[in-house]
Ligand binder design. Structure first.
Ligand code: GLU
Length: 476
């Protein structure tokens, strides 16, 4: 672990594993990552898992997986839960130096005493306990928290935010705040300061909701005799109703977006544009292009609305850009329902996706997609369809097509074939296409029939037409 040396940019993303990776967190991670990659700096991932009651292993794994899925790799990884001794040692130091004290008040006692006092977090009761009293409480087995002493004069404070300029706080009402909880784990502000220092973080880039923590963190740096990093705060991400984005607004975790069939390329592209814009106004950008173009100068501070429709638009664009091999890989989890045999035919699948994907916004729309059904399952013709096929010259049409089918049907063969059959029977091409589509797919609409035929292959086309002919005749 390196303390701050030289000028190398060192930034971090510090999620608390108390839930899945939220799009707000992902945006913070992305901006830090883009900045680090752009500047040849270091991107640190720090899991803030000291709150044992709320942190869960599965969330840690989920966050790591979600970041990897987005394509955001990290250079260093730390777990706060593995560093408890470090925080304890620094808390001891502050205690020895008289900058912190042990507090034996229980939350209930504090709540009782402060009832009716608005904005006051703690009244400082334990600040002046004598060493004897402290010993006595400890001997009784009471477990103290450690509180940091906030001198009155510090409560009017300011810091320079590298995105927002000077931020001034007038008469903060914060009391002496807890840095170590009574269970021996550190409070967020303390662990964060110790780690940002020890991990040599040069710039803290995080969301606006942490602005109010910044003064506390700066006081801790001062008390510990360390130079603080620079702080910058991004705007918030809001739901379409302009309220803070939350579960109420639907799928807001990266995992959920993945499960809905959004591509990671689309998600990072969209998130990058939530508070940043390309200098030439380009919208569709790959991760590499984002790294190339990213700069803090183009970060905007207005609140950003997370708009699902817009994300879907980005997804369609990225689906269209994806090379067929990658598309197949991305689509596979959404194709399981087609069955093993279909999944084994990679060539057919690739062609089928080329035909069907332009009609969807997310890959989950492939599940049960009627065009895929038509391509992979021989249709059972409904009575309605059978009835229709028995009308007019439709059976003749099918018979003629069967008779004239080339041994290897390609996309380009169908139109001339249809024209020829139409001419022979004195019909319009559309009167040939229609029964053909009905017989092949059981439906009266769908994607371009020539492409459908090519994907099905001559053998399958022949089999479906023969079956349609036989069934229609037997029903008559
Ligand atoms: N663990 C904090 C959070 O998830 C990190 C805040 C920070 O970046 O300092 O909100």
């Amino acid at each position: 672990m390196s303390k701050r040396v030289g000028r190398e940019l060192r930034v971090r993303f510090a999620p608390s594993p108390t839930g899945y990776l939220h799009v707000g967190g992902a945006r913070t991670a992305l901006f830090n990552w883009l900045w680090a990659r752009r500047e040849g700096g270091v991107f640190v991932l720090r899991i803030e898992d000291t709150d044992v009651t709320r942190s869960e292993r599965r969330f840690v794994e989920g966050i790591l997986k979600a970041l990897s899925w987005l394509g955001l790799d990290w250079d260093e990884l730390y777990y706060q839960s593995g560093r408890l001794d470090v925080y304890r040692a620094y808390a001891e130091r502050l205690l020895r130096e008289g900058k912190a004290y042990r507090c034996f008040c229980t939350p209930d006692e504090i709540a009782q005493r402060l009832k009716g006092l608005r904005g006051v977090e703690y009244d400082g009761r334990c600040r002046d306990l004598s060493p004897d009293q402290v010993e006595k409480y400890l001997a009784e087995g009471r477990k103290p928290a450690v509180r940091f002493i906030v001198p009155e004069e510090k409560k009017h404070t300011a810091y320079l935010d590298f995105l927002r300029g000077e931020i001034e706080f007038k008469r903060l009402t914060t009391g002496d705040f807890v840095i170590m909880k009574s269970d021996g784990t550190p409070a967020y502000n303390f662990a964060c300061v110790v780690d940002d220092y020890e991990m040599g973080i040069t710039h803290v880039l995080r969301a606006e909701d942490h602005i109010s923590n910044t003064p506390k963190q700066i006081w801790l740096y001062e008390a510990l005799g360390w130079e603080p990093p620079e702080f910058g705060h991004l705007s918030m991400i809001l739901g379409p109703d302009k309220r803070k984005l939350s579960k109420r607004h639907g799928a807001t975790s990266v995992e959920e977006l993945r499960d809905h069939g959004f591509l990671p390329q689309a998600v990072v592209n969209y998130l990058a544009l939530l508070g940043w814009s390309h200098p030439e106004g380009k919208e569709i950008l790959s991760l590499e292009e984002l790294v190339e173009a990213f700069s803090l100068e183009r970060v905007t501070l207005s609140p950003q609305i997370f708009d699902f429709e817009r994300l879907r638009w980005f997804n369609r664009k990225h689906l269209a850009r994806l090379p067929s091999g990658e598309l197949l890989q991305a689509a596979e989890p959404f194709l399981k329902w087609l069955g093993e045999e279909a999944l084994a035919d990679r060539e057919k699948l690739t062609k089928a996706l080329g035909l069907v994907v332009p009609s969807v916004s997310t890959l989950s729309e492939l599940v049960g997609h009627p065009d895929l059904i038509a391509l992979f399952r021989r249709p059972t013709l409904s009575n309605e369809v059978l009835n229709e096929l028995s009308q007019g010259k439709k059976l003749e049409v099918l018979e003629k097509i069967v008779a004239r089918l080339p041994s290897r049907l390609t996309r380009d063969d169908l139109r001339p074939l249809v024209r020829k059959v139409a001419a022979e029977l004195g019909l319009k091409p559309r009167d040939v296409f229609h029964p053909l589509r009905l017989a092949l797919t059981g439906r009266d609409k769908g994607p371009e029939l020539a492409a459908v035929c090519e994907i099905l292959g001559t053998e399958e086309v022949l089999a479906r037409l023969s079956q349609a002919l036989a069934t229609t005749k037997s029903e008559r």
